[in-house]
Each structure stands twice: as C-alpha cells, then as structure tokens.
Design a protein around this ligand. Structure first.
Ligand code: HAM
Length: 432
C-alpha cells in the first residue's frame, strides 16, 4: 500500500457511493426550487475576522476548530470556512443584494472544514446543504425554512427524526439570562467538569447542552431561559409552533437547546436522528437578525437559516435502507469486440451512438469476448452489440438484450433509432 493516505478526518467518495450523493443533491435542488430558493456559491476560504466576528470568539468553532493560515508573511489571516452562514451574509452585503429585493432566499451544498476530533459522523472536511432566508425572519419565514428542511428529509424517505425547538429571545433577554445562569452556576463551580468550568467563564449558555449526566442534574434546577423572554419573543415563538402544526410537522420544545454559534436569536432548532450515535445532530439552524449589522451593515437585516450535515444524512439513510435502490446510470450498450484488431470500428460505432445520446461502453483493455460479456453484465448494460469481421463486412450487427437474451440483427442507424427514444438526451427533449 502506498505511503500516501488521505488526511485524518477526510475521506474519498468512490464511484460506488456517488450515486447516493447525486440522489440526495437532486432532491435538495428540487425541493429548494419548490420553495423558491436560489443557489449561491461562495469561496472556500474567507478572512479569519469574518468568522471570529459572526460565529463568536468564545465558541468552540472559533476557539479551537478553525483551519487558519497566513498565505503571505505579513498578509491577513485566512480561514477555511467552518460553516456557510457568515460567508453567505458577507456575500449578500458585498453584492448589495438588498438593493434588488427585500427578501432573498439562498441555498447551498458546500464543503466545510473544522478541526474536530474525527469519529463516526464527525469529519474535518464535511458537507452541508443549507438555506438562508435573508431580509425577513417573521414566524412565517422561520416556518418556511424549517418546512423546506423537513421536506427534503421526507422526500428522501428519512424517518425517526426529532425536531427540537427553542426560543433564545433577543440579545437583551439573553444577556439577562446569562447573568442569572452565571449567578446560579458560580457557587456550584466545584461540581462542574473541566469543560463546563471553562464555559462558565466564556460561554455559559453552552453548559446547558452538556451531555454529562452530572451536569445535566445541576442544570435541571437552573433558571429557565423561557422565563427571561419578552412578550414579543414568546408571541413569535408560539406563532412559529402554530405554523409547524399547520404543516403537520411534529416537534418537541427543548428549553435546553442552545446552538454552538453566537449569532442566533429568537427561534433556534435542531434535528436529531436516532440512527446516529454520539453525534446525533443531523441539522440545525435559527434566526440571526443581528448578524448583518455585526458585519458592518448600516441597517438591521433579519435572517433565518439552517444547515444539514450530508454525511450524517447519508449514515441515517444507509441505516434505514434508503440507499439500496439508488444506482448510478447503467450503460445502454456495451460494444463487444470479437478481436481487438477491430477496435477502430468500435471507436467509430461508440462515437456514433454517443453522439445520438446513447450511453455506450467499449473495452479498452483488449479483453477476450467472454471477459467483455462478463463486464457488460457486471455493469448491468442493457444491450450487448457484437462487432466481428462478418458484421463489419455486412454492416449488420447483433444487438442482444441482456435481460431477455433476445437478439436482433440491425444496422447502426437502426440501432440508434431503436435506442434513442430511451436515451437521456431524447427524454429531455420530449419532456420539454
Ligand atoms: P451547525 O449546527 O454547526 O450549524 O452544523 C449543521 C450540521 O452540520 C450539524 O447538525 C451536522 O449535521 C453537520 N456537521 C457539523 N460539524 C460536522 C463535522 N465535523 N462533521 C460532520 N458533520 C458536521 C451551522 O453550521 C449553521 N451555519 C447552520 C445555520 C445556517 N444556521 C443558520 N443558517
């Protein structure tokens, strides 16, 4: 085996798996279209300050998980994007999208980078699909974003998901709450684990979602964020829940749900999958009304969004047997050569078939006829087209249906006429 290995926490996606990815991506693009979202692509790296400013300097992501480097000795620091929301908002402001419409619905499928300890469902390079609705974050907008995320899961056939909802209130509500939480936890700091003690200082809200049962017991008696919410925050949250009911989406209210990024306010949500182990969050999101201003925008631009981890989605689908039927497109024709000397004819025949939109394969390795037939069956080709000396002389070729074993003798033109209606390109034309 070669000494060269993929970097820890990264993985290759081989052709056998790519059909699953394509399947998921196709559903995402379709559902995004149904909800009127448009795709956006932003650079893989951004200036480091963007993430520090938006995700928050005291979060785990900014504190210890970013891949940061300085391309020029005295140049600005750059970071591989650990999430998409900050970059999308940066692009939104820089591109002055607000000038073209008060509401923008953007979505993405993107690669992200976090220096986390790799384990099942947690990688250092991973993928998300997500959406950002920028310009409005009314309860209807929040429900629309959640609805879109849940429809992707539903259309993929995923079951057993749990949608957890919480309201974090506005910045002021949260400041009051953080103060009360600190006052409650500080006298108990000797009972906290090291991780929580660290957070008590920097980011006490995150103690709420500790997985340590001892910490959970301490938290059980802590003041509740809900008691610190203003009337309008409560009203908005109730409206969001009402719209979820209207959409027949089930959820649980989880008062301990806080997200690992600082930009959230008001509604926050997370979806967990029972098929995943310790890393059970398949997606999450919420409102981030203050982010635009934090990034230098003069006016407030409310926004709401979510992101779903595609590797975790795939693990869930695999466990639920939802990928078994997903296969890559099989070849329509496998051109079987009687002898390799005839290869020039196969080149011409394949070319004619492909130019007519028929997916065609020929042997490139000089294999025997038997081996070529084995390969054609392995690839689940629909037909074998036999090319021998006689066939070339008569310009009539055997076309064998590999399912029924029926064989017809036809010219290349007749073969094209027979198969063209089933080829992808002609299907597209007839759909149009
Ligand atoms: P997040 O909760 O940090 O949110 O990530 C969303 C999802 O990405 C997670 O639920 C998980 O499925 C996946 N994920 C995160 N880290 C990893 C990892 N190391 N390996 C594999 N999968 C991972 C955000 O990123 C926000 N930007 C979501 C958002 C969009 N909020 C508003 N708009």
């Amino acid at each position: 085996m070669s000494q060269y290995r993929a970097v820890k926490g990264t993985r290759d996606i081989f052709p056998g798996e790519i059909s699953s990815w394509n399947h998921i991506e196709k559903v995402i693009h379709r559902v995004a279209g149904l909800y009127g979202f448009h795709e956006i692509r932003t650079p893989v790296f951004e200036y480091t300050e963007l993430f520090q400013r938006s995700i928050g300097a005291t979060t785990d992501i900014v504190g210890k998980e970013m891949f940061t480097f300085r391309p020029e000795e005295k140049g600005r620091s750059i970071t591989l994007r650990p999430e998409m929301t900050a970059g999308v908002m940066r692009a939104f402001i820089q591109g002055n999208l607000a000038a073209t419409s008060p509401v923008h619905k953007l979505y993405y499928i993107a690669e992200l980078f976090r220096k986390e300890r790799p384990q099942a469902g947690r990688q250092r390079q991973f993928s998300q699909f997500g959406a950002e609705l920028i310009g409005v974050s009314s309860p209807e907008a929040v429900a629309e974003v959640i609805g879109m995320m849940m429809q992707v899961f539903a259309d993929l056939g995923v079951t057993g998901l749990r949608l957890r909802m919480n309201s974090l209130g506005d910045v002021k509500d949260r400041m009051h709450y953080i103060k009360a939480l600190r006052e409650y936890l500080e006298p108990l700091s000797a009972l906290l684990d090291e991780h929580s003690r660290e957070r008590l200082d920097k980011n006490p809200l995150r103690i709420l979602d500790s997985k340590n049962p001892e910490i959970q017991a301490i938290i059980a008696d802590a003041p509740r964020l809900h008691d610190f919410l203003g009337a309008s925050a409560i009203d908005d949250f109730e409206k969001v829940l009402h719209y979820l009911d209207e959409k027949d989406l089930s959820y649980v209210i989880d008062p301990l749900l806080v997200r690992g990024l600082d930009y959230y306010c008001h509604t926050a949500f997370e979806v967990t999958s029972s098929e995943l182990g310790a890393q059970d969050a398949i997606g999450g999101g919420g409102q981030y009304d203050g982010l635009a201003k934090q990034l230098g925008c003069k006016s407030d631009i409310p926004a709401v969004g979510f992101a779903v981890g595609l590797e975790r989605l795939l693990i869930t689908m695999e466990k639920q047997g939802l990928l078994a039927h997903v296969t890559s497109e099989r070849p329509q024709v496998y051109v079987v050569l009687q002898s390799h000397e005839l290869v020039a004819h196969a080149v011409g025949i394949c070319d004619a078939l492909r130019k007519s939109g028929i997916r065609s394969i020929m042997d490139l390795a000089g294999r025997s006829m038997k081996a070529q037939m084995r390969e054609a069956n392995k690839m689940s080709a629909a037909y074998a087209l036999f090319v021998g000396q006689d066939e070339i002389q008569n310009q009539v070729f055997g076309l064998k249906n590999l399912v029924t074993s029926e064989q017809d003798f036809l010219s290349i033109q007749q073969i094209i006429e027979r198969l063209e209606p089933f080829s992808e390109s002609s299907q597209k034309t007839s759909d149009e």
